[in-house]
Write a protein that binds this ligand. Structure first.
Ligand code: SF4
Length: 325
């Protein structure tokens, strides 16, 4: 049976808002950025243009664009893009995040091959792959992520892979599937201190995320684990220090700390711009607490300089092993 639909008389549909759950909230105050937050606007450099072309040709999404990352000019110039797989629509609605929210499209079976081909064309020695939250899928998308990791391995065996995963809340067995795919780094961000979860990350549970990271180390003690937080959301310094202790108890190797930036007036406000010296002091304290590596600067992002940091991470583990022999 053929159904003809006459669209000529349809009134144009209003564009769906990017964050429907936030659309009716009052605007939050937007604080003026201090001098230390300013970044270069993405320029028309050959590296940036190549990255842009390869991303478009492969019909891929990147968190660099979706999250409006301030480092995109610097990273793309060096052909470092962080791929956002499983669609551009997230089933959570975190108060800090600019990724579109709603009901996602079905998974694209051809995506793993396209990501792998893009990684090869970009010539990446280290790649970060992340995803939206897919609470709608029985396994949270774990098998798809494992397929992406497998496809990259096959196409670029020398490339090291960092999986920046969702929390797989209420998805029994999902974490194990990703760990079995053997990414070189398992990254899962706590994002903020526990007292801010309700306001900032309401769909998540702090202790579940912590336990997830601990479980990775139990499953594969050799796998590097990494987590990150944003500061400037109203957290106390003592809470950040407690969070560091929690991560060390879960044997997490690498911590990233960066300044939260408000993507739109509908998102959580920036409560405070944390001074560079305070970031530096977090790095010093983190090192003393036993992390192999701490990256703590205003513009630190989970995937910023991830390749260079992976090399430093390996060197730090080696140095520690040698020191204990
Ligand atoms: S820091 Fe990460 S998300 Fe931001 S532009 Fe660089 S690779 Fe992309």
């Amino acid at each position: 049976m053929t159904v003809l639909i006459d669209r000529a008389g349809d009134a144009p549909r209003p564009a769906r808002p990017r964050h429907p759950e936030k659309a009716h909230r009052p605007d939050q105050p937007s604080a003026k950025k201090p001098a230390w937050i300013r970044v270069r606007a993405p320029g028309a450099t050959p590296g940036f243009a190549d990255t842009n072309r390869i991303v478009r040709e492969h019909k891929l999404a990147t968190v660099c664009e979706e999250a409006r990352c301030p480092n995109i000019g610097e990273c793309w110039e060096k052909k470092h893009a962080t791929f956002l797989v499983m669609g551009e629509t997230c089933t959570r609605a975190c108060a800090f995040c600019n990724v579109r929210t709603g009901l996602p499209e079905p998974l694209d079976d051809a995506e793993p091959a396209r990501v792998a081909d893009a990684v090869a064309k970009l010539g990446l020695s280290h790649v970060v792959v992340t995803s939206v939250d897919r609470d709608d899928l029985a396994d949270g998308g774990a098998a798809h992520l494992a397929r992406v990791i497998g496809a990259i391995r096959e196409a670029s065996p020398a490339t090291t892979i960092e999986a920046l995963t969702p929390d797989f809340l209420r998805k029994d067995g999902a974490l194990e599937v990703v760990v079995a795919a053997r990414p070189d780094v398992f990254n899962h961000n706590l994002e903020t201190v526990p007292s801010k979860y309700l306001a900032v990350r309401p769909g998540a549970r702090y202790f579940h995320s912590l336990r997830l990271l601990q479980r990775v180390k139990e499953l594969d003690p050799a796998m590097f684990t990494k987590s990150g937080i944003m500061v400037g959301l109203g957290e106390e310094r003592s809470e950040v220090l407690q969070l560091m202790d929690d991560l060390r108890t879960a044997d997490v190797d690498f911590l990233t700390i960066g300044q939260y930036l408000q993507p739109t007036p509908k998102h959580h406000p920036v409560v405070r711009f944390v001074a560079p010296e305070e970031f530096a002091s977090y790095a010093t304290i983190g090192a003393a607490k036993g992390f192999l590596l701490v990256s703590s600067t205003p513009l630190t992002r989970s995937s910023h300089h991830a390749g260079e940091d992976f090399a430093r991470l390996k060197a730090a583990r080696l140095a520690r092993l040698e020191a204990t022999e």
